[in-house]
Ligand binder design. Structure first.
Ligand SMILES: C[S@@+](CC[C@H](N)C(=O)[O-])C[C@H]1O[C@@H](n2cnc3c(N)ncnc32)[C@H](O)[C@@H]1O
Length: 228
């Protein structure tokens, strides 16, 4: 079954990764705001917008997942479920995990509206343990520090079935120089060379341009395939 790109955003384009407001709350900024990156902080961001990300799937999730035969998919830090729901529409048996209840309510509503079954789990991805291996594990725009990124890669790799793909799409460090959007903190930005795992082979690895209105956002895009 081929993916039909039926819900790729208003203009028919699979658009963005992070079109939300610039991050303004700094860690330990002395305000009463929840700590940056906490579930409460994400809930506030989601609650402050009707839809924080695009309705349609991310450009690179589409580029990389669309040619793959549908199987089981795990979307770690799935947010409002734009990629999870799209994968389900493409025939994947899709599971999304996120720790923001506000985002997950939206994700469930999107799945209902679009008539697909998706399993959404409210959990901290660093505490949650999958019960099975998946043919596709997606980590899209996880904004955490480098040690946590390493941990996320370890978790994602462990959840990837032999022959399956671990796909990382993330705001790239190049955005600090000539890109747009995403966190403006160096420590939250990814580089393709940090996305490696023993026992995996890269099918794609690089920094890719994502058009956003009249500007360009730069994303780390790496798809690792687990050796059989
Ligand atoms: C920039 S959003 C990306 C959402 C989604 N992947 C997408 O591309 O639309 C980052 C998401 O990571 C989630 N998140 C961050 N840290 C997490 C953690 N430790 N456990 C679960 N979710 C987390 C946030 O709640 C938020 O929904």
């Amino acid at each position: 079954m081929r993916c039909q790109l039926r819900h790729a955003g208003e203009g028919g384009q699979p658009i963005d990764g992070d079109r939300g407001p610039r991050d303004t709350a700094a860690v330990g900024d002395g305000t009463s705001a929840p700590p940056r990156g906490s579930p409460a902080w994400w809930d506030e961001r989601y609650a402050g917008a009707e839809l924080l990300w695009s309705a349609g799937p991310n450009l690179f999730a589409v580029e990389e997942a669309e040619p793959l035969p549908p199987g089981s998919a795990l979307d770690l830090a799935c947010g409002e479920g734009r990629n999870t729901v799209w994968l389900a529409e493409c025939g994947w048996d899709a599971t999304g995990v996120d720790f923001s209840p506000v985002a997950l309510d939206r994700a469930r509503a999107a799945a209902d509206r679009r008539g697909v079954d998706v399993r959404f789990v409210e959990a901290d991805v660093f505490a949650w343990r999958p019960e099975r291996a998946y043919d596709l594990v997606l980590l899209a725009y996880l904004q955490v520090s480098r040690p946590l990124r390493r941990q996320a890669l370890t978790l994602g790799a462990a959840a990837t079935a032999p022959g399956g793909s671990l796909l990382v799409v993330a705001h790239d460090v190049r955005n600090l120089v000539d890109g747009t959007g995403g966190p403006q903190y160096r420590e939250l930005l990814w580089t393709p060379d940090e996305v490696t795992r023993p026992g995996f082979t890269a099918a794609r690895a690089g920094t890719s341009a994502r058009p956003v209105d009249d500007a360009t956002a730069w994303d780390t895009v790496v798809r690792l395939v687990r050796n059989r």
